[in-house]
Ligand binder design. Structure first.
Ligand code: ZN
Length: 489
């Protein structure tokens, strides 16, 4: 057996175990009896321990030294395994264990502090998490930038300086667009109530319309929508809110975007390093283009309007045009996860700037809330009213996710680039969408992005698909054209 074959056999078992760990996580959010939490914690810790040993196993270094790539696929496999292995052995085992221990407790502390609107109750814990992740970043960075080292875990090959330039161009045009919309007249929100069974039925129809394969997936309810798994077992969750059916429908379409990426990967890559989405940003580009550029388009919402009338009868919206305006309604809000297309990235950019400052030691944890509130008021024009609407709203920092937030906006920027070339490649696509037929659009994404899995680096896959290096321009042009039209600006 060659070193490469031995390495890949070992890796395949690691991938299979990681897949099992992922499914335990899915189970915990959907099916697990409440009384099983402690036992599940122990089960998860056991499997994570095995995974950690395998990922830092010295034999990986020996195989990597001897293995020879013979084609693009084996070269990409070696690149992924090498990058992860070199990363994992840089972090001292004691530090890795300490991070796991502290972050598993921190999430509960954060939830308690958020419930009590008590920032001070969370700060000592956050101090600890920040200190540990800075230490880890320093171990990974080898004298280079600590934040870039952390960002690399979620968006490999991307530098925070490039993101800062891109987001720096995004922010003023989004602030201006938002201010103009705020001064214009907004459509009234829907006031009717929509039964859960009807929402779930239509949600499944939407999943199928976007090409989700239920033979290799399933849809369940969970508190927070997510997608999980890869290859032939990719599951999604959704949720319902009686007065906001769009929450259910667009969460479903979003998660189907993530799932379609995983289901669309070349099946020969399953249980190899190429068998998953290549980065958080590229993943989010798929969920966002499904949800927004396709799902919230005038053409597709026209079809959805008819579907809602069939499901719920007259629900107080008179025609497709009025429905399109309601679906794309822009309203003031504090919460990132509830934000519309115009405001979403402004929420992310706050977090990106603040977490860089925290990781580089330019901002003390004690000053975080004030910095958040100042920045929010500057971009949104009104003040944060309570911590759960501000600095305590997201779970990410409590579980040590620093470098993750920007990938949401990277995904939106990538979606803008992909959408521009998708439309150029598929004239008349709105006629399809108006019939609820996304197959040509999703087929284009599968062909140009999804099927490649981890074969190319994140920026490379977008560059190949979009025909040029990614920039913020197409997203901004799309948002300005769409919302100036909607609001008569
Ligand atoms: Zn997502």
């Amino acid at each position: 057996m060659t070193a490469y074959a031995e390495l890949m056999e070992f890796q395949r078992q690691t991938e299979a175990l990681a897949s099992i760990a992922g499914r335990l996580g899915w189970d915990q959010e959907t099916m697990m009896p409440r009384g099983a939490a402690d036992q599940r914690g122990e089960e998860m810790a056991a499997i994570e321990g095995i995974l950690h040993e395998r990922r830092t196993d010295a034999r990986l270094g020996e195989w990597l030294a001897k293995a020879v790539a013979t084609d693009a696929v084996s070269a990409a496999n070696l690149r992924h395994i090498r990058q992860k292995y070199e990363r994992n052995i840089k972090v001292p085992a004691k530090l890795a264990a300490e991070i796991a221990r502290v972050t598993s407790v921190a999430q509960g502390v954060w939830a308690g502090a958020r419930g009590a609107e008590d920032v001070a109750a969370f700060l000592p814990t956050l101090e600890n998490v920040v200190r540990l992740r800075r230490e880890e970043g320093a171990a990974l960075a080898n004298g280079n930038d600590v934040y870039d080292a952390l960002l690399n875990d979620y968006e490999p090959g991307t530098k925070s300086g490039d993101l800062a330039a891109m987001f720096g161009a995004l922010r003023p045009r989004l602030v201006a667009l938002r201010a103009a919309i705020r001064a214009a007249e907004a459509p009234a929100p829907m006031t009717q109530s929509f039964d859960e069974a009807g929402q779930l039925a239509l949600s499944q129809k939407l999943a199928l319309a976007f090409g989700y394969d239920l033979n290799r997936g399933r849809i369940d309810k969970a508190v927070h929508p997510f997608s999980s798994g890869s290859g032939s077992d990719v599951r999604i969750t959704t949720r319902t809110n009686p007065v906001d059916p769009f929450n259910c429908f667009y969460s479903t379409i979003h998660e189907v975007g993530h799932a379609a990426y995983e289901q669309g990967i070349d099946p020969t890559y399953a249980l190899t390093p190429l068998g998953q989405g290549v980065s958080m940003g590229v993943h989010e580009s798929q969920s966002r283009i499904y949800e927004n550029q396709l799902g919230r388009s005038r053409a597709f919402t026209g079809w959805l309007f008819g579907q809602m009338r069939d499901q719920f009868g007259d629900f107080g919206i008179k025609d497709e045009e009025a429905f399109y305006r309601v679906v794309n309604r822009v309203s003031d809000g504090f919460i990132r996860t509830e934000a519309d297309e115009v405001q979403y990235n402004l929420h992310v950019l706050i977090r990106f700037d603040l977490e860089q400052a925290l990781m580089r030691g330019d901002l003390a944890v004690a000053d975080l809330e004030a910095a958040w509130n100042d920045r929010f008021a500057a971009d949104f024009g009104f003040a944060v009213d309570k911590p759960s609407h501000g600095v305590l709203q997201d779970v990410h920092w409590s579980v040590g996710l620093f470098g993750y937030f920007p990938t949401y906006s990277v995904g939106n920027v990538y979606a803008g680039c992909l959408h521009q070339s998708l439309r150029a490649a598929l004239p008349g696509i709105d006629d399809d969408l108006a019939r609820g037929d996304t197959s040509r659009a999703t087929g284009w994404l599968r062909e140009n992005v999804q099927r490649h899995g981890g074969l190319y680096e994140p920026r490379e896959i977008i560059t190949r698909a979009a025909g040029q290096a990614p920039t913020e321009g197409p997203l901004l042009d799309y948002l300005e054209a769409k919302f100036k039209g909607l609001y008569g600006l």
